[in-house]
Design a protein around this ligand. Structure first.
Ligand SMILES: [Zn+2]
Length: 71
């Protein structure tokens, strides 16, 4: 898989049925998706236990380690 393929996959495919970090119940889709530098953040809310957590998908480690807005 090329780097271009990875970027395409992560920018077009929203992860689904991610298991809750607390009780393990699959969550259909994230409540919020926030693209960042070299990464995409997903906010998940569990309907079973109301636990909320964030998962980050890093598709460009170089950009994530050196974000443009960093000091
Ligand atoms: Zn849960």
């Amino acid at each position: 898989m090329t780097k271009a393929d990875l970027v395409t996959a992560h920018t077009t495919d929203i992860p689904r049925h991610n298991p809750c970090a607390q009780c393990g119940t699959p969550i259909a889709q994230p409540d919020w998706v926030e693209p960042g530098a070299g990464r995409i953040s997903y906010l998940w809310t569990c309907r079973a236990c109301n636990y909320r957590f964030e998962a980050v998908a890093i598709f460009d480690p170089a950009a994530a380690e050196h974000p443009p807005l960093a000091a």
